[in-house]
Ligand binder design. Structure first.
Ligand code: PNS
Length: 166
């Protein structure tokens, strides 16, 4: 008798991935057999990085033993619950940096559960990454602040290049 694979989805914009995101993905991979990192994007809206760049940043940053159980895939114009159904995941994993994240995430978790019964598991964000978000990293980098250690090295280089482009 084959055992059912326990698969989780880690959704987000990942524009770009940060060390906080990677911590959550790695911890999700320790809890579940497989993790699908769903890079949700809006083709009509230009992000800082293309969806292909965002995916490559995530894949490159994962340690090989984590990478082999993680799929990174783009999704656009779809409900997260439909993504979960398609990839056969019954759990969404999200990191919470604090009460503000909880206030933002709770209605989405309840709505997703209302729609299909998919559960959301919240992982407490690592305290050392509590101040780290994609938007803050971009803003700090834009005005010349040092974001070393808050994003993978190739993201850091790419951010610097984008700034040089203006
Ligand atoms: O990294 P983000 O931008 O905070 O991620 C938000 C995301 C992509 C997880 C959320 O916007 C989402 O689930 N979008 C897919 C569309 C959807 O299902 N919306 C209804 C949520 S109840």
């Amino acid at each position: 008798m084959s055992e059912q694979i326990r698969r989780a989805v880690c959704p987000g914009s990942y524009d770009p991935v940060t060390v906080g995101h990677l911590d959550v993905i790695e911890r999700a991979a320790a809890l579940y057999d497989e993790v699908v990192v769903a890079v949700l994007h809006n083709p009509a809206k230009q992000g800082t990085f293309t969806v292909d760049e965002r995916i490559a940043f995530i894949e490159n940053a994962l340690a090989p033993e984590v990478r082999e159980r993680v799929r990174v895939e783009p999704f656009a114009g779809r409900l997260l619950v439909d993504v979960c159904r398609d990839v056969e995941a019954d759990v969404i994993v999200k990191g919470l940096r604090g009460g503000t994240d909880f206030a933002y995430e709770l209605p989405m978790a309840l709505m997703n559960r209302h729609l299909t019964g998919v559960e959301t598991v919240f992982l407490p964000g690592a305290p050392e990454f509590e101040h780290v978000s994609s938007s803050l990293v971009k803003e700090v980098a834009k005005f010349g602040g040092d974001v070393t250690g808050l994003v993978p090295d190739d993201v850091l280089r790419a951010l610097t290049e984008k700034l040089a482009e203006g």
